[in-house]
Each structure stands twice: as structure tokens, then as C-alpha cells.
Design a binder for this molecule. Structure first.
Ligand code: SF4
Length: 335
């Protein structure tokens, strides 16, 4: 197939993350590594969703700019290439908000209150913004007419909602929007130092900007199989978060780690040291790129500006069609 045809056949992907500051290895292996793989085969729009983060921090936004910067640095140092994908901040493309408003007319409040994510957090977050969060998420996707959204199974419902809203729009007005699909990927389970899901809010994470020593120290404090108290005790690797990480970072965890753990020949100290070496090898090139990028903050902001321009172009194009379908183009554009 010639390059031109191949180019035209590329589908569009929208990916987003809330700016929570420097990322941890759960974010890296769970989402980012996948995006880096996808960027060669799709038109990628990678969005730092600052408006979404307002649901939790609307009254404390002073750290938002720094969090956005750190996230952009992490994305770039992990391998996202601004030549291949538009990397930008959600609030720089106002069309997200316009489509959100239009979508909000096409969905009922009970549909939103039934969503499990709302049910789980409604006692803590009960603002209108939080209720409408999945509608904004649908707009984030549809404003680019994205075909696919790479997500884990826990997010699949939100993509169905986006597809449903696109469908409702198309049947109410005129076929304009693509009905997006989830691009499911088996996300490796990554647990933190306390055996709960790795999360910055639990403080059980390994940030990718940790130094070698910090990484080693954090791993030393990790939970392990509680029945394996010392070297010689037989362990159950399946019950250990360190083994889950060995599965990601070792070439042959089932041959090199599991038998020794089970027989007792391998102690937890040694096992963690092996992991620390491998993890540090994985993170070192990312840390090196990171160190370079933070020396040139203006370059990072320029990349975000260029990404926003590209995203805006596409979103404006889609919104023109949306307004046209709704008979809301009141005056012809002056040439
Ligand atoms: S030897 Fe390794 S896998 Fe086994 S319990 Fe200890 S840290 Fe976990």
C-alpha cells in the first residue's frame, strides 16, 4: 500500500489523563506504554484533562499549572512523540465545552446517577460538574470524531456512553459524529507498597521521577507474602505485589523468580534487589530525558501550544458540522 493511502486510512484515537503531577509506574505501564505503541498506527490526540480535575480540586487550583507541566514532561520522556500525536491541555480547546453542553441535552439525570462511578463517589463529590463528568468525557472523544479510545475494562461503560450520545445526536439531527469504540487492552495489575492498587493518593506508588536510590528504598518497604518471613520459608508469589512487578520487568519471571520463591531458595531481599535493578534499567532513559526537558520549560509549553493548535483545528471542523446538523449556523462565514 502506498504511504498516502496508508496515511488516509489511519483511525483516530483520543486518550486523556487528569493532571495529578508526576506519574508513577502504574500509569506508565497501565496506559502510557500502550499509547506510545499506538502512536505509529493512529492519529493520536493526547489530552491533559484539566477541566476534569476540577471535580475534585475546583477550590484549590494553584498547583494545576505545575501538575500539567509535570504530566507533559512525563508523557514526552516516556516516548510520546509530538510529531506523531497532538499533546495538549483540554481547556485550551473550548470546543470540548461546547459539545459537552449539546450532549447534556441528550441525556437524562437518572441515566447519569445510575453510573457506577457516580454511585461510588457521590457522598464525597456531589457537584453538577461531577454528575456531568462522563458527558464531558463523551464530548472529549466525539469532538475529534475519534474512532477508538484505549481504556481498561473499568472505563468501558464511559465509552459506551460516548457512543450512545453520538448515536443520539446522529438520530436527532443528522449523521455527523463517529460512534467511538473502546480499544481494550489487558492492563497489568500493579499494586503498591501496601498491596492496594498503586495510587498517588495512597502514597504507595513509585513515581517515575524517583532516583535509583529512592526506587530501591521504596521497593524494600513493599509488602510481600506475609507467610514468607525469611529466606528458606516457602512463599506464594501469586500473593505478592513484587511478583506482579517481576512479571512486567523480568524476562522469565515464572522460571527465574517463582520456583525460588516457592522453594524458599530465593529470599525477599534478593528478589526485591533483582527487581530494583530491572526497574531502574527501565526508568533510567526516561529519567535522563526528563532531566533534559525540565531544563527547557518553554519548549514543553511550546509543544503543548502546537498540540492545542492541531487539536483545535480538528475540533473546530467537527463542531462546524455539528452546528450545521443542528441548523445553528446562523450566518455564512466571511471568506
Ligand atoms: S521471594 Fe519475591 S515473589 Fe516471593 S514473596 Fe518474596 S518478594 Fe514476593
Amino acid at each position: 500500500m502506498n504511504e498516502k493511502v496508508k496515511k488516509e486510512k489511519k483511525e483516530t484515537i483520543l486518550s486523556g489523563m487528569q493532571p495529578t503531577g508526576a506519574l508513577h509506574i502504574g500509569n506508565l505501564e497501565g496506559a502510557l506504554a500502550n499509547w506510545v505503541e499506538l502512536q505509529d498506527d493512529y492519529w493520536m490526540y493526547c489530552c491533559i484533562v484539566d477541566w476534569h480535575s476540577l471535580t475534585a480540586i475546583y477550590d484549590d487550583t494553584k498547583g494545576l499549572k505545575e501538575s500539567i507541566f509535570q504530566m507533559a514532561v512525563d508523557w514526552l520522556s516516556s516516548g510520546l512523540d509530538p510529531e506523531k500525536c497532538a499533546i495538549f491541555v483540554q481547556s485550551e480547546v473550548k470546543e470540548h465545552a461546547e459539545l459537552h453542553l449539546i450532549f447534556s441535552m441528550l441525556i437524562t439525570v437518572p441515566t447519569l446517577t445510575r453510573l457506577p462511578t457516580y454511585q461510588d463517589k457521590k457522598d464525597k463529590l456531589d457537584s453538577y460538574g461531577f454528575l456531568g463528568y462522563p458527558v464531558l468525557q463523551a464530548a472529549d472523544i466525539c469532538v475529534y470524531n475519534a474512532n477508538k479510545v484505549p481504556v481498561g475494562r473499568d472505563q468501558e461503560k464511559h465509552i459506551w456512553l460516548a457512543a450512545d450520545l453520538a448515536k443520539r445526536f446522529n438520530s436527532t439531527y443528522k449523521k455527523t459524529l463517529v460512534e467511538p469504540e473502546a480499544l481494550l487492552k489487558e492492563i497489568p495489575l500493579i499494586l503498591g507498597s501496601d498491596n492496594r492498587k498503586m495510587s498517588k493518593s495512597f502514597g504507595n506508588h513509585i513515581p517515575i521521577d524517583f532516583t535509583e536510590k529512592q526506587t530501591e528504598k521504596r521497593l524494600k518497604g513493599f509488602y510481600t507474602d506475609p507467610k514468607k518471613l525469611r529466606k528458606g520459608d516457602p512463599g506464594t508469589p501469586e500473593k505478592c505485589p513484587i511478583f506482579l512487578l517481576q512479571r512486567i520487568y523480568s524476562d522469565k519471571p515464572d522460571e527465574e523468580i517463582a520456583p525460588g520463591c516457592r522453594s524458599g531458595e530465593l529470599g525477599c531481599v534478593e528478589c526485591k534487589l533483582k527487581l530494583s535493578l530491572r526497574l531502574n534499567n527501565r526508568l533510567q532513559p526516561i529519567r535522563d530525558r526528563r532531566a533534559e526537558l525540565v531544563k527547557h520549560p518553554d519548549d514543553v509549553w511550546d509543544i503543548l501550544d502546537t498540540g492545542a493548535q492541531r487539536a483545535r483545528q480538528r475540533a473546530q471542523n467537527v463542531m462546524e458540522k455539528v452546528r450545521g446538523a443542528m441548523k445553528m449556523t446562523y450566518r455564512k462565514k466571511k471568506k
